[in-house]
Design a protein around this ligand. Structure first.
Ligand SMILES: Cc1ncc(COP(=O)(O)O)c(C=O)c1O
Length: 464
């Protein structure tokens, strides 16, 4: 949870056309047109309170390589800003880019020429589509499944749980082993005749460790079950980390039981936002992903993914990112990330109270505290200008390292040492600020009360 309520903007559009007689202070559509200069100036002003990702102050929200690369993404995106990938016949350029992108991804993820896939708007959509594919495959090929289930480690991304919720699939959650990797024996015990498929992550977001994909593959093959590997976060990093000589456990299509994968272009693919891939070992499997409806007066309807209209810009920017960086660029980036991650981990573990959870496989990891209140430390870090990703079960601070962070390691570690020392001297901080809120939420025994808190928070966040 990294959402906190913000006070509403004081800016309101000039000369609004609010119905007369009302006292509403809601922003409404301006009566008169405004100049582009005026509008852009207001947009620029609105950014002033945003998180300072360009200074390396955020972790996980923005994946930035160089300003030159960002400019390429902008140019490619705007070139195809108006085009719509809804109709692959109208824009053969986008169809070509999409099939190129999927093919390049499959290539770096151990896929052969049979592997097919789609570009999607992000990891969530990729996971949703994988879940829909297995549900619909079972409807056709395993009709005994009437109450479908999916077995996944508790560390798997909640987008899977959300997808299962939307698609009427029961989630069977299995805690990982003490090293935070999937507990394959426990997952085996969780399989029932209603199981649709198994899930492993490469890596799982919370602790940055790759699940035991080879063992999960053996299990899946022995039980004739599909296996999805969620490489949303690691798909464009792990292959290059391995090439650099770091030990990366097998996780991709080279493992025989892996039937589908997701890999996000807008994370370590360094593409523009709104770009991910979902891939299947065979075209026959992907057919269950497509949706067709031939009875509509508006025409014969077919849709490859969840979205109808699909932004051409995201596809063009992803194609541009992959082709501009190439193996050479991704290797360079992976080298920077691994070196920077080492520097962070060494600095964090040199602070006596702190330790890293598990043995992270790439640039994603979390650290915890032995004695002190880590949420109070997080508050202190935020006071020093860092945007902190907080975790629970166990309480931890999460870092997602990108090239932007190479320049700020020492500043972060200095602030962390100061924050730890300050919290050690001020135990009363546990009952103040966000630390108090997290402390309270993490000790509420009834999860529905925590859900209610999050709902109310969202309710107020999304008010004008
Ligand atoms: C492992 C993993 N899968 C899926 C997702 C969801 O991706 P998105 O936010 O692009 O929907 C994330 C996001 O962090 C992730 O870490």
């Amino acid at each position: 949870m990294s959402h906190t309520p913000q006070s509403p903007s004081s800016a309101s559009p000039p000369e609004s056309s609010a119905p007369t007689g009302t006292t509403s202070t809601r922003p409404t559509l301006p009566t008169h047109s405004r100049t582009a200069k005026d509008v852009l100036a207001e947009l620029a002003a609105m950014r002033s309170r945003d998180a300072r990702w360009h200074d390396g102050r955020t972790f996980s929200l923005v994946y930035h390589d160089t300003d030159e690369h960002l400019q390429l993404l902008r140019d490619a995106y705007t070139m195809f800003l108006a085009e719509n990938a809804l109709n692959p016949m109208a824009f053969p350029s986008l169809r070509r880019m999409e099939t190129d992108v999927v093919s390049m991804c499959a290539g770096i993820l151990g896929g052969d020429d049979e592997v097919v896939g789609s570009m999607t708007s992000g990891g969530t959509e990729s996971l949703f589509l994988a879940m829909k594919t297995y549900r619909d495959q079972a409807r056709k090929e395993r009709p005994h499944i009437t109450a479908p289930e999916v077995v996944l480690p508790t560390t798997a991304h909640p987008a899977l749980i959300k997808s299962a919720h939307y698609l009427g699939v029961k989630v069977v959650l299995v805690p990982p082993g003490p090293d935070f990797r999937a507990d394959v024996a426990a997952m085996e015990r969780a399989i029932t005749p209603q199981t649709l498929f198994l899930v492993g992550s490469a890596p799982a977001y919370p602790h940055g460790v790759v699940d035991r994909i080879t063992e999960l593959s053996d299990l899946a093959l022995s039980r004739s079950l599909p296996l999805h590997v969620d490489a949303c976060v690691g798909g464009f990093l792990l292959p290059f980390v391995r090439k650099l000589g770091f030990p990366v456990p097998p996780f991709d299509f080279a493992v025989p039981g892996v039937t589908s994968m997701s890999a996000d272009l807008h994370k370590y693919g360094f593409a523009a936002k709104g770009a991910s891939t979902v891939m299947y070992r065979t075209a026959a499997l992907r057919r269950h992903q497509f949706y067709v409806y031939s009875g509509w007066p508006g025409g014969l309807f077919g849709s490859a993914t969840v979205l109808g209209t699909r932004p051409g810009g995201a596809i063009a920017a992803a194609w541009a990112s992959l082709t501009a960086l190439g193996h050479e660029g991704y290797l360079r980036i992976a080298g920077i990330i691994m070196k920077t991650t080492r520097a962070f981990i060494d600095g964090i573990t040199a602070i006596p109270d702190l330790y890293v959870l598990g043995q992270p496989d790439c640039g994603v990891f979390a650290y915890a505290s032995r004695e002190l209140d880590l949420m109070a430390i997080a508050d202190q870090m935020e006071e020093r200008g860092w945007h902190i990703d907080r975790q629970q079960l166990p309480t931890a601070i999460h870092l997602t390292i990108t090239p932007t962070h190479a320049a700020i390691v020492e500043r972060y570690l200095g602030d962390l040492r100061d924050s730890v020392a300050y919290v050690a001297e001020h135990p009363e901080l546990s009952s103040q600020g966000a630390a108090a809120m997290y402390g309270m939420l993490m000790h509420i025994p009834d999860p529905s009360m925590v859900d209610e808190f999050i709902l109310s928070n969202f309710d107020s966040l999304y008010r004008p």
